[in-house]
Design a protein around this ligand. Structure first.
Ligand SMILES: C[S@@+](CC[C@H](N)C(=O)[O-])C[C@H]1O[C@@H](n2cnc3c(N)ncnc32)[C@H](O)[C@@H]1O
Length: 197
């Protein structure tokens, strides 16, 4: 089953499972957006759980692979300058330096190739732009046997459980760490802010 197919099946239940559990951490992450108007990309925007938390002065683009997820996002953007695109976060259909900030909430650990997503994020960002990440990552060298055991099954239908963020960042020298804070589940979920150099 492809991720597009599985997220089509998951879409009616996604909000019930994720809204309350993630709202406070989303708000913490999005507080990193500046006050001056900017172009902001939400990569893997999903059902748009971030949208009601976004300030109105920016222009927003949301991209997602799954039409059923995007369809749920649209009504949440009524108060925003928002457009959405169906496409692949690993091969963004945008020109170099088209955005000032990129939001990667619960997408890097989902993708088969998170490195490509981070590279594409760096490509479409202006120098000085920022990346706001909220996701689950293993620490370098962390054993996590249960997560590694079930990973081959769940990675095909929902998310990977074996992504080590530092390994991605090492391969993306255009992006540098600005902050890294524990979020949920004893630091399995993290709030990370990167800067495009
Ligand atoms: C766990 S959900 C996260 C959605 C949203 N960012 C959030 O924070 O709730 C993962 C999303 O990634 C999307 N997705 C999966 N593969 C993708 C890809 N290659 N490119 C863009 N989106 C993708 C899925 O359709 C789904 O909407």
């Amino acid at each position: 089953m492809s991720l597009k197919h599985s997220y089509t099946l998951i879409s009616p239940f996604y909000d019930a499972a994720l809204t309350a559990a993630t709202r406070a951490q989303r708000a913490r992450s999005l507080a990193g957006l500046p006050s001056t108007p900017a172009r902001v990309l939400l990569s893997g925007v999903g059902t748009g759980l971030d949208l009601p938390l976004l300030p109105q002065q920016h222009s927003y683009t949301g991209i997602d692979l799954t039409h059923a997820m995007l369809r749920r996002a649209m009504p949440r953007a009524a108060q925003l300058d928002f457009c959405c695109v169906q496409g692949d976060a690993q091969r963004l259909p945008f020109a170099d330096r088209s955005f000032d900030h990129v939001i990667l909430h619960l997408i890097l650990a989902v993708l088969p190739n998170p490195f490509a997503c981070l590279e594409e994020t760096a490509r479409v960002l202006v120098p000085g732009g920022s990346v706001l990440i909220f996701d689950k990552f293993l620490q370098t060298g962390q054993w996590a046997p249960l997560r590694r055991l079930v990973n081959p099954m769940v990675r095909r239908v929902a998310t990977r459980l074996d992504v080590v963020f530092e390994e991605l960042l090492d391969k993306t020298p255009q992006l540098v760490m600005e902050s890294d804070q524990p979020a949920l589940a004893a630091g399995w979920f993290r709030l990370i802010r990167l800067k495009r150099v």
